[in-house]
Design a protein around this ligand. Sequence first.
Ligand SMILES: [Zn+2]
Length: 310
Amino acid sequence: MSYRVRVGRRVVLAAGVALLASTPAVAQQRLKVVASFSIIGDMVREIGGDRIEVATVVGADQDAHTYQPTPSDAKAVAAAKVLFVNGLGFEGWIDRLARAAPFKGTRVVLTDGIANPLTLESGGSHGGHKHAHGASDPHTWQDITNARLYARNIVKGLAAADPANAEAYRQRGADYDRRLGELDAWVKSQIATVPADKRKVITGHEAFRYFARAYGVAFHAPIGVSTDQEPSAQQIAGLIRLMKSTGIKAIFIENMSNPKLVEQIARDAGGVVGPALYSDALSKPGGPADTYEKLFRFNVQALVAGMQKN
Ligand SMILES: [Zn+2]
């Protein structure tokens, strides 16, 4: 809301009274926070708005599993009042970084209070990274219900660190939560457009187990195909066998950038190779998945289009 104030011969555009009162403080003393990786960096920004200044350690299109923190990360962490992390072992380097900085603020673990985390029975692997056997699967944000928990933890963390703006964080948090609720309903409605017996895809990722559980899509991962190297002829043969035996045509495997390989698979098994899904990082700004909400919409649209061809 705004109104015009006439001062002498000039017309000044002024904001509402409440906004006027808080604007100088907001501009000068924004709460400095750090998010460990791009997806939660976006969530923190959604809730903090222009009252906070967010630095993100692992940026767009980067792999948090294998990340090596830099001196500039340490500088940002040292200056921060709050450090937002995913937890469940996702950021194996975070303790080292916090010690080295050193970090003197409050660490907020966004998976705190999570219901029924999945266990990595087989010692999951993706992105060239192996998780310990029996550890919890950290890719919890692939279920929007968990993202809503993240949002609640972010509101609590910001409100505690900056009580003067607590109400604003709660309001923005409530608005974000409403949007996430709508997004969750949209995902379910999109998956529902695919016949139940077609809700399956092949992917080299093990990053979508929470998505699979929440939205009823089966992700078959061919054994031996990892995301960090070109698959062998034997692995390709195994993949084609898997596609034929399951009737799955929708495949999402990032490392198959070799067009000849993709053509071979498409020819031999009638496969349809979808675009790379966004699992652990946002796209760069302006890309198709530069926010958490856009990431989810992109992945769901790609998955649904692929599964319709099964
Ligand atoms: Zn991952």
